[in-house]
Each structure stands twice: as structure tokens, then as C-alpha cells.
Write a protein that binds this ligand. Sequence first.
Ligand code: NDP
Ligand code: HSE
Length: 432
Amino acid sequence: MRTRPLKVALLGCGVVGSEVARIMTTHADDLAARIGAPVELAGVAVRRPSKVREGIDPALVTTDATALVERGDIDVVIEVIGGIEPARTLITTAFEHGTSVVSANKALLAQDGPALHAAAERHGRDLYYEAAVAGAIPLVRPLRESLAGDKVNRVLGIVNGTTNFILDRMDTSGAGYSEALDEATALGYAEADPTADVEGFDAAAKAAILAGIAFHTRVGIGEVHREGITEVTAADIASARRMGCTVKLLAICERAADGRSVTARVHPAMIPLSHPLASVREAYNAVFVEAEAAGQLMFYGPGAGGSPTASAVLGDLVAVCRNKLGETTGPGESAYTRLPVSPMGEVVTRYHISLDVADKPGVLAQVATVFAESGVSIDTVRQQSRQDPDGEASLVVVTHRAPDAALSGTVEALRKLDTVRGVASIMRVEGE
Ligand code: NDP
Ligand code: HSE
């Protein structure tokens, strides 16, 4: 074993970074044995240097991340600051100084992955990012390496723990969205500003990364159709229950049947209670991968949190250090297929539509005609008279599979009917 240590610069020492530092210290001997050389924490860049950081030598702490990266003796940079800048410039600077990078930064990788991969390749260095998608769950490496000889056709999963916690609480306790969000915040599952999670930005970034790796193409963050969970109501959840379903925020990346294009989307969807994703509770993540030869694979585990995410970061650190000692690099970007990303309108899916309609003769026929004229086939219809003074009924229609554009066009046409007093909810149905 080499005695001279490999030097690691840790950029960020928050939820994830502090756990990375802790495990590097407590598992130093094991890491050294697995790598073939000791790894040494050579510097820790933070924003607030005076903050007490347990287990971190204050002499290592700096606010000058650029100087740390440019020092010249750093072997690996671990970027766990998050966000676009200064993370992007720091990672690029690391490559320019001959340093490989491990990052957990999904926002940056989804936005600038191709440029960062190109910079890594130009300088003959590694860029590893297992922690960027689904926390501790090994998913990036299985897609990049284990399934490199197969053809992945679909990736479907729950990749955001915060929203899964909220939807799970709504499902189990009957709570409304705001109440469940408050609970998630109180328990530390949701950040003070939960926008990135509840509006689906976080899951969309992960979907872009997953689609790119799975289909060997580039999927920009702007090409991922995104809907969050803020509009999901207790009534939607109850309606899902009546259908034997639950509601999950899903990230779905698919190769078209003709293989000539791909799609990537994030939205809430009803899934049957019998589907394995339905039993993914609290803040856990789970991802289904469907590959031509392998069939269906499921990955499950903690998708967030300091210690689980640090596990993925450290796995990457070991891999990058081994590459360094072997004077080689791991897999870079594989985007040779250059497949176009189709818009949401072309995605084939099913809708669950709940309508408030006038409770009088001929209404069901009118509604059915709108579906027929849009070329959308109805699977089931459930009508319940409310016996209220307005003479309204609830009409719940579940469609067969149809292009999303046809389904949303149907809903617009339904809204224009005099007898349709309101569209109470629309939700896609997946997983059957
Ligand atoms: P935190 O906000 O907890 O930590 C960020 C760290 O970066 C802090 O130590 C902060 O310093 C430091 N920092 C911020 N700005 C600068 C700067 N300009 N220069 C130097 N240091 C800076 O974030 P997390 O640990 O939660 O997340 C880190 C990354 O990991 C993100 O990309 C996130 O998306 C990703 N990730 C996080 C997961 C999680 O569960 N938290 C799960 C999966 C991925 P200071 O301590 O002084 O404030
Ligand atoms: N906010 C993210 C989540 C953290 O809830 O899943 C992990 O990426």
C-alpha cells in the first residue's frame, strides 16, 4: 500500500459534507485498505468559518474555496456546496488543475452536465456523482456501468423524499397538503423554502440526469415536463383510494416504442396499491429500471439525509482514488445516441378525471361524446348523485391510454360543456 496519502478538498461541510468528513475520519483505515493508499482531508471550504464543526480540525477550514482547489497538491475535490455558482466554477477549476471531482449536485449536473463532462475529459479526469440521484441508492453506477451492455427502455421512480413524505402523510392520515407540508418541515424532511422539492424541480433535475445516462443521450432540464404536488388535494388522495390506488410524485423517463426519441417527465400520478412503488413510505426513494435483456430491476432505499448521501459520495471517492492510483479514469459521458426529447403531448398515458356535472338526463352521453370526438377511449365511469340543492353529481372517468395532448384536449372540451360545472381534479394513472 502506498503510504503517501491522497489529498481531498471538501467543498461544503453542511448536512452532507459534515458526514463525509466524519466517515472519512472514522473509517480511515478501511478506506485506505480499499483504495490502496490513505486519504487525507486537506482542506474544508465553508461560508461561515466560525461555526463549530465537530470532528473537523479548525486549521483545515477556509472560506477561500478557490485557493483550496488551486493549491496544486489536491488529488480529489468533493463538491457538496450545492447550487450553480460557485460550484460550477470550482469544479471547472479543479479539472484545470488536474483534479478529479466527486459531486452530489443534481441541480448543476442537470443544467451543465455536458460541459462539466467535457471539461473532465479534456483534462483526463473523473467526474462522479452517484449522490446526485436518490441519495444512498446505487443507481448512477448501475446505469453507467452494470447496464452498459443492455438497452434500458424505461426508468420510473420516486426520486424525491420530501414529496414522498408529504404524499404518504396525506394518504395515511387524510391530512391536506399544507398540514402534511408543515409536518414535513417540523420533522426536518422539508427545507424552510420547500419550492425545489414540492414544485418538482429537484425530481426534474434527477430525471434529466437519469434519462441522459439510461438512454445515452442528452436531456436538458428544460426538456423535462414538470408538475409538482402543490395542487394535490385530500380529495384526490381519497379518490385514488377508492380506485385501489395511491398518489406518488413520479419521475418517468421512457424510450419511444420506435426507439427514435425519448421523454422525461415528473408529475403526481395514481398508482395501484399492488404496485411496488405504492409501498414506498415516508422519505424513501425507489426506482424501477426496465431493460431489454435484464427485465425489471428495482432500487430502493434512503434518498436523502447526511449519512446516506455521504455513503454514495464516499463510494465515488474510493472509485476516483483507485482510478488515480491506476492512472486511469472511469466512464465519462455517453451521449452518442443524440435522441430527440419529445414533448409531453406525445407521451402516452391515462387520466383520472373527476367532474362536477349537472345531474340530469343526457349528461353522461354528452361527456362520452367529448371523449369519443377526441379519440380517447373510456375505461371506467363512476357517477354519484350528491342530492344537493344544485342538482349536481360527481362523475369520475378513467381513460384508457392515449397521447397526453388528446387527454388534455378532452379536458378542455369538457370544461366548455354547460353541463360540466367544474373539473374537480385531473391526475394521470401509471404503473399498470
Ligand atoms: P447544506 O446547505 O447543508 O451545506 C452546504 C455547505 O456549503 C455548507 O457547509 C456551506 O457553508 C457551504 N457553502 C455554501 N456556500 C459556499 C461558498 N460560496 N463557499 C464555500 N462553501 C460554501 O447542503 P447539503 O449538504 O444538504 O447539500 C449539499 C449538496 O448535496 C447539494 O448539491 C445537494 O443537492 C446535495 N444532496 C443533498 C442531500 C441531502 O439530503 N441534504 C441528498 C442528496 C444530494 P456553511 O456551513 O458555512 O454554511
Ligand atoms: N430534497 C431532496 C429530497 C434531497 O427530498 O429528496 C435529496 O436529493
